[in-house]
Design a protein around this ligand. Sequence first.
Ligand code: AP5
Length: 213
Amino acid sequence: MKILLLGPPGGGKGTQAKLLVKKFNIPQISTGDILREHVKKETNLGLKAKEFMQNGELVPDNLILNMMEKRLKKNDCSRGYILDGFPRTTPQAEGLEKLLIKLNQNLDKVIVLEVDDKDIINRMSGRRVHMESGRVYHVKFNPPKNEGVDDLTNEKLVIRKDDRPETVERRLKIYHKTTKPLIDYYKSKNIVSYVNGNNKIEEIHKRIREIVS
Ligand code: AP5
């Protein structure tokens, strides 16, 4: 099963992807997480991507497409995967389509998480992340078992650098202008389903499970 989660920054894509990983035992492929790992390791790609990410801008399409071609060719993708944060532009969607043809695969479902901008800005201020694993928490809506530390490792949770309100606003603008039009791109393929992302995390998960099963 190949699922694409599409939605605004902070819309809950990562949170839902992690629940789907547990349920279906297929990998979450988050371009944001992969890029953050490159930035941390100071690879060539990481050095190129760092400034774009900190400013809430998109990393250039050619870098993303090269990175994703390598990722989707890995063995763990053979049973399916959950795309989280990719594609985000029309050239990326077109690049993905070409890649899927090469791999003899196709997307089964595109799930659009709908959340209002004002709720996103509120949510982002409370997000805490475990950088190593990409596990995501919220101080109010999805708190860790012990304040400030990851449930599994007990390591410290941090606030992402691009979660400052002015950066979130820029990311939202880019989402509306560049990423949201992809919904129409996939509508023509008849694989789009909408989910109300303002509901509780578990309710959204249940709805997505209904859609994909
Ligand atoms: P990326 O990491 O992909 O960021 P994003 O798409 O902006 O999405 P987020 O990770 O911020 O949010 P999310 O939708 O996963 O929400 P989450 O589950 O965490 O990308 C970061 C940067 O990398 C980009 O800005 C860009 O520079 C670059 N990049 C990445 N991919 C790229 C690409 N393809 N092309 C070019 N550049 C790229 O939830 C948010 C918070 O809300 C959490 O605290 C969570 O606990 C809480 N929450 C979740 N669901 C609910 C709910 N239902 N109710 C209440 N709270 C909830």
